[in-house]
Design a protein around this ligand. Structure first.
Ligand SMILES: Cc1cc2nc3c(=O)[nH]c(=O)nc-3n(C[C@H](O)[C@H](O)[C@H](O)COP(=O)(O)O)c2cc1C
Length: 211
């Protein structure tokens, strides 16, 4: 039998709870977000509290925080302009992506400073990262305060355009053997996709009449 450690959340401070929850919810996909600075430069930053929420219309969620003392540039830009792009991260992009998580002064264009190539979006003004295999052009649907101690905000974006590299797109979908974005585990650790295994539910004769 598996032995478990029972931990009451009220016995943990925020840092300890972060270590545990960010180790449980793994691997997390990374939204490498491009947003427009007030001077027209492009801010880039990675966010792994990132989820697809709905598909008709497609909406995604990103949790941005902590921001008790200041707002992250991404959140300020998204609030001000109402749009942003998410961009996938392949293994070749790991280091440049990590570099964009540094705390640059507000208004400094990470894209320009780090030499990360951008390409125009088709449906919004904010560009996408040119070498990313899958980008989503998003307009803000809602920004919700999550009412936690670190003042996280959930940005809900409605996707108005997909940009997908043709070499990973087969038969109307992203081919899982070809599209292999990295995932975040915790701290400096990332998940590099390996085996892809197809598993179907075993048919249950009790359910066959209904299905
Ligand atoms: C892989 C990775 C994932 C991250 N995920 C998040 C996240 O989900 N939410 C968040 O607030 N910060 C996250 N961060 C930290 C932000 O990227 C970092 O605070 C960044 O400096 C924000 O930049 P900005 O001020 O230009 O928006 C992550 C960092 C890395 C390296």
């Amino acid at each position: 039998m598996t032995t478990h450690l029972s931990i009451a959340v009220e016995s943990l401070d925020g840092a300890a709870a972060y270590k545990i929850i960010s180790g449980i919810v793994v691997p997390r996909p990374i939204a490498w977000v491009a947003s427009l600075n007030p001077d027209g430069g492009i801010n880039l930053a990675p966010f792994s509290s990132f989820i697809f929420l709905t598909y008709d219309p497609p909406k995604i969620g990103i949790s941005i925080g902590p921001a008790t003392a200041w707002r992250k540039d991404t959140l300020s830009n998204i609030e001000r302009t109402g749009h942003f792009t998410t961009n996938s991260v392949s293994v070749d992009q790991l280091q440049p992506m990590a570099n964009t998580s540094r705390l640059y002064p507000a208004g400094e264009s990470e894209a320009h400073h780090l030499g990360i190539a951008l390409a125009p979006s088709d449906h919004i003004v904010t560009p996408r990262i040119a070498d990313s295999e899958a980008s989503m052009e998003c307009v803000v649907d809602k920004i919700l305060s999550l009412e936690d101690r670190d003042a996280h905000h959930l940005v809900i974006g409605r996707v108005v355009g997909f940009q997908i590299a043709t070499h990973v797109f087969k038969h109307d979908r992203l081919d899982p053997a070809l599209y292999r974005p990295v995932g975040r585990i915790g701290g400096p650790h990332y998940f590099i996709p390996g085996e892809v295994r197809g598993v179907q539910p075993v048919p249950d004769p009790r359910l066959s009449k209904k299905s």
